[in-house]
Write a protein that binds this ligand. Structure first.
Ligand SMILES: [Fe+2]
Ligand SMILES: [Fe+2]
Length: 227
């Protein structure tokens, strides 16, 4: 099976290697459900819904990876003067497209064809949180915080799949991806703190986490990555 390539962002090597190691370590401890800062865990019964329609979850997942690559590219286009960000987003876009290929390969191997893009109601709702307008830098910080949270929630969903799905090939696949997404979450949060005022960023992050929990109350009922 194609393994996830280990992508280690340089910003984390410099500043947050310990945090990344800890996050990865805690991911493998079943009792540490509060990791990633998420305020509301997904009901594990969501996996039972997913298992009934593997084609649907893989289709939705493929687009999540493609959108993650698009986000990385949009950050390069929007903020070309941030050299460190551009370097990391270049690597990330490649990694997310490699994830897309891994999901697409599984769709093909199972005799299916990639369907049309599914709307991600979770992401659309999440992105209503921060008010429009503000400075260019504020816009960057908000984009980075949204990206960090989407990575964190994806990571949580992948963990649930890796631990509970009956299909062993997919269980291994999601375990590998879970580690990648945890690293991305850490990287985006580190960039938000780097480019914004640390205190303000941490306050916004906490508020966003609380808001996200209100969205999640109505989710966990569909066979999509964030549904
Ligand atoms: Fe990914
Ligand atoms: Fe990611």
């Amino acid at each position: 099976m194609h393994k996830t390539s280990t992508y280690v962002p340089r910003i984390i090597i410099k500043c947050e290697l310990c945090i990344m190691t800890l996050v990865t370590f805690f991911l493998f401890l079943p009792k540490n459900r509060a990791m990633l800062g998420l305020k509301l865990p997904t009901d594990p019964r969501w996996v039972n819904i997913v298992e009934k329609n593997i084609e649907e979850i893989l289709t939705d997942h493929a687009y999540c990876e493609q959108k993650a690559a698009s986000t990385a590219i949009s950050l390069i286009i929007g903020f070309p003067e941030k050299s460190e960000l551009v370097q990391e987003m270049t690597a990330l876009a490649r990694e997310e497209m490699a994830h897309f290929k891994m999901v697409h390969d599984r769709i093909i191997a199972r005799g299916w064809t990639l369907g049309r893009e599914r709307k991600d109601a979770y992401v659309l709702q999440l992105m209503k949180f921060f008010p429009k307008g503000g400075s260019r830098n504020t816009h960057l910080v908000h984009k980075l915080l949204y990206a960090a949270l989407i990575e964190a929630r994806s990571c949580e969903r992948f963990r649930l799949l890796s631990e509970n799905i009956q299909d062993q090939e997919l269980a291994t696949f999601y375990r590998d991806l879970m580690v990648s997404e945890a690293n991305h979450y850490t990287m985006f949060l580190a960039f938000a703190r780097k480019y914004g005022n640390r205190e303000e960023v941490d306050k916004k992050w906490q508020e966003l986490l609380v808001y996200e929990a209100t969205i999640m109350k109505d989710l966990g009922k569909k066979e999509t990555i964030h549904g």
